[in-house]
Design a protein around this ligand. Structure first.
Ligand code: FE2
Length: 252
């Protein structure tokens, strides 16, 4: 496996501790479905990304393409069709599952009412990944989390550490999020500064408090694996974390 890392990333020193944090886990939150959003742009890029994830020790990934009206006008049906095509093109040694990264807005509230939500079914859970705006909170945000719970879904809030207003008012937001029942997801690269110093500090504080239920690569480009994901996983391994075990528990 070390050789696989060297082949993928010549010149980089393979990060053995990174593999300890993964140890056969599934990634949760990535943009591997090719050419549907701002993520990977071709099947060839997706195949290279899967090889890189495998070299880091992942055995699968939950794909979460954007559904963001006006920006990425994806629909559950269109994404399911693109996912079917991808599954035919990659071998089954790497498990792929489909969900979505929904922007929390009025359209999603209407989708919840119409029971037209793309979710990941694992065991008894119907898991839905949701993102908030980065700079300013919107009224729809918390409402989406509450309505998802009410409708029987398990909401997951994407990259919590990147929301500016939460960084600034942690004492207000963290209890609010806990009351909502949403699981918190953080981006692994944030731990090593992929999004700058404020998300890095907040991600590390969340890690210290053991608040994130899930960690994601949020992969958009293959190069991010070497530059941010592997070093971020090393930080997780040093703090004794093995990521995303809950997905296997639910799937068992
Ligand atoms: Fe994302």
């Amino acid at each position: 496996m070390i050789q696989a890392l060297r082949r993928l990333w010549p010149g980089a020193s393979p990060e053995a501790p990174a593999r300890e944090a993964v140890a056969g886990a599934w990634d949760f939150h990535c943009h591997l479905l090719p050419a549907v959003d701002d993520g990977l742009r071709s099947l060839e890029e997706t195949q290279r990304a899967i090889a890189g994830l495998r070299a880091l020790g992942y055995r699968g990934a939950v794909l979460t393409p954007h559904i963001y009206p006006g920006v990425y006008n994806n629909t559950p049906d269109r994404l399911r069709e693109a996912f079917r095509q991808l599954q035919q093109a990659v071998d089954d040694n790497f498990t792929l599952r489909l969900a979505a990264e929904y922007f929390a807005d009025e359209t999603l509230l209407a989708d919840i009412n119409r029971e037209d939500v793309l979710y990941l079914e694992l065991g008894s859970q119907k898991i839905v990944l949701v993102e908030f705006p980065t700079l300013m909170p919107t009224p729809a945000g918390m409402d989406v989390l509450l309505q998802l719970r009410r409708a029987g879904y398990q909401p997951v809030l994407a990259h919590v550490e990147r929301y500016r207003y939460m960084q600034l008012e942690q004492a207000l937001w963290l209890p609010r999020l806990e009351r909502s029942g949403a699981w918190l997801q953080c981006d692994i690269g944030s731990l090593v500064g992929q999004y700058g110093p404020h998300p890095q500090a907040f991600a590390r504080a969340l890690l210290d408090q053991e608040l994130p239920t899930l960690w994601g690569t949020d992969l958009h480009r293959v190069a991010q694996l070497e530059r941010y994901v592997a070093p971020g996983l090393t930080v997780l391994a040093k703090s004794g974390h093995r990521i995303n075990g809950i997905l296997e528990e639910l799937a068992a």
